[in-house]
Design a protein around this ligand. Structure first.
Ligand SMILES: [Cu+2]
Length: 118
């Protein structure tokens, strides 16, 4: 297991010098990127453009003060979506930060915000 992880990391560095391959980018999310939702969601779901490796794939949700309001991220059976549970959220702006290692051994990361409306 450990060896697999190290190999994947090395492959990632080597692969980074390569050409324009498709990586695991965020396709869409629920709540949608930049959206305002009336009711607080109980989870954030992220759909990616490629299957994900469990290792080094994570997401967290932060409130406006930078405090973490999410649980542990998990990848579903289809392997291309990640879900992270949320504590009950009061109205406010929340930041979702995600990081993936896709099955083609490339890493991607990004963030977006959504708002729980007043
Ligand atoms: Cu890639």
């Amino acid at each position: 297991m450990r060896r697999t992880v190290i190999f994947a990391l090395m492959a990632s560095v080597i692969g980074g010098a390569g050409g324009a391959q498709a990586h695991a980018f965020l396709d869409h999310a629920s709540p949608p990127v930049g959206s305002t939702v009336g009711a607080a969601p109980s989870a954030v779901t992220l759909w990616f453009t490629q299957n994900l490796e469990q290792a080094f794939t994570s997401a967290e949700v932060l409130n406006a003060a930078g405090a973490r309001v999410s649980g542990k991220a998990r990848i579903d059976g289809a392997n291309s979506l990640m879900q992270v549970g949320l504590k009950p959220l009061p109205p406010g702006t929340y930041t979702v930060r995600w990081r993936t290692l896709s099955v083609d051994t490339h890493t991607t990361e990004g963030s977006f915000t959504f708002q729980v409306g007043q």
